[in-house]
Write a protein that binds this ligand. Structure first.
Ligand SMILES: Cc1cc2nc3c(=O)[nH]c(=O)nc-3n(C[C@H](O)[C@H](O)[C@H](O)COP(=O)(O)O)c2cc1C
Ligand SMILES: Nc1ncnc2c1ncn2[C@@H]1O[C@H](COP(=O)(O)OP(=O)(O)OP(=O)(O)O)[C@@H](O)[C@H]1O
Length: 341
């Protein structure tokens, strides 16, 4: 059956109605001084996965115990896109990453512009000139693998010593695991790239979501009995492995069960207009060219096949659509309070 509204809202990165979301504050000297003494949790937080959320929960609990405010400290752009020779595809665009952090239970999200100059700072300069210049931080929470400074020179042990001398407690938490692997953005990307949707969703703590825009395709799908929305997406985002998936598409405030094709269809690979991401929205008819669309991936159904006949392709895709209907329903669900997202 179609997932509940609550599940959809979480999958589609929509705050619950009435949920409080923290302010997202760009870095500036003294920008968070009004918060008073605070507990910081620091990271790039791509995906805001279960490991990140466990770490944030620990920081919020510590802040509450101290009677202080909790601040998630993150960077924009993601540091990896500035310093890595070949940046990894991202699980979340910056806006989604910040929205997830703002809804995580912290009292503020501090966004530090990440530049090559910032990457060159050592931990002492980062803490003094950047973090403490903005906020009265009394405790810092990071994962045990967290590193700061040029080439990641400063380990948790080094930072803990420096902080302790200044009356700041630094906690390097053991990393959350899922089975026998650490929950990490890198592992989630690898699972998605391998089509291992269950493992990716489990570590992420929700379904993977890809946002895009509906664009014109070859327009052959409608003639085949399954019109598809061709979707253009940000190439910096991680795409699940080529194949056919069942999922949920959010367009204009309605969540539709959807059959999704990821990858240029092998039968039409010669056509430059072939979309690498297209979705048949079950129960929908209408014109959505140019609209924003989000796809939450629920189940991988199969790999892409180069069928020998068009009939075979049509029969198989209609079967795919039937199996999505059985699992996710045959009609859209209106999400009435989307908060503009
Ligand atoms: C659920 C689904 C599964 C698909 N599976 C395949 C496939 O296995 N092989 C293939 O060549 N094309 C596959 N396609 C792509 C179709 O060939 C494509 O939708 C059709 O050519 C229409 O494309 P257009 O909308 O760009 O005109 C699939 C499409 C959907 C929606
Ligand atoms: N599984 C985890 N459990 C607890 N804390 C974690 C976990 N993974 C990362 N962290 C911490 O969360 C913060 C943000 O980490 P970061 O953005 O590097 O995430 P990541 O998932 O490890 O990413 P990547 O795999 O790309 O290195 C850091 O303080 C990091 O140590």
């Amino acid at each position: 059956m179609m997932p509940s509204l609550g599940e959809l809202r979480r999958d589609l990165i929509i705050p619950k109605p009435g949920a409080t979301t923290a302010p997202v504050v760009p870095w500036a000297p003294g920008a968070l001084s009004a918060l008073g003494a605070a507990v910081a949790v620091i990271g790039a937080f791509d995906g805001v996965h279960r490991g990140h959320r466990a770490l944030i929960d620990a920081a919020v609990a510590d802040a509450r115990a101290r009677g202080m405010r909790a601040v998630a400290v993150t960077f924009d752009p993601d540091p990896d896109t500035v310093v890595a020779p070949r940046p990894a595809p991202k699980l979340t665009a910056a806006a989604d990453r910040l929205a997830l952090l703002a809804a995580s239970g912290v009292d503020a999200v501090l966004v530090i512009p990440f530049t090559r100059a910032l990457a060159r700072l050592d931990h002492a300069a980062f803490f003094t000139d950047v973090l403490l210049a903005c906020c009265d931080v009394r405790a810092v929470h990071v994962g045990s693998d967290f590193r700061l400074g040029r080439g990641g020179a400063s380990t948790v042990a080094v930072m803990r010593g420096w902080c302790a001398e200044r009356g700041i407690e630094l906690f390097g938490h053991e990393l959350l695991r899922s089975g026998d692997e650490v929950v990490s953005a890198s592992n989630i990307r690898a699972h998605l790239a391998a089509g291992e949707l269950d493992a990716a969703s489990c570590e992420l703590g929700r379904r993977y979501l890809l946002r895009g825009t509906v664009v014109h395709g070859r327009g052959e799908g409608a003639g085949m009995g399954f019109p598809t929305a061709n979707i253009a997406y940000d190439p910096a985002l991680q795409v699940p492995a080529e194949g056919v998936y069942g999922g949920i598409a959010l367009v204009g405030g309605v969540a539709w069960p959807t059959a999704v094709n990821v990858g240029v269809p092998p039968m039409f690979a010669h056509n430059a207009a072939s979309a690498a991401l297209e979705a048949n929205l079950i129960g929908f008819s209408g014109d959505i060219y140019g609209d924003a669309i989000s796809i939450a991936f629920v189940r991988r159904l199969r790999g892409l096949v180069k069928f020998s006949t068009r009939d075979e392709l049509v029969r198989t895709v209609l079967d795919d659509i039937d199996s999505v209907k059985r699992e996710l329903g045959e009609d859209g669900v209106v999400l009435d309070d989307l908060g503009g997202r």
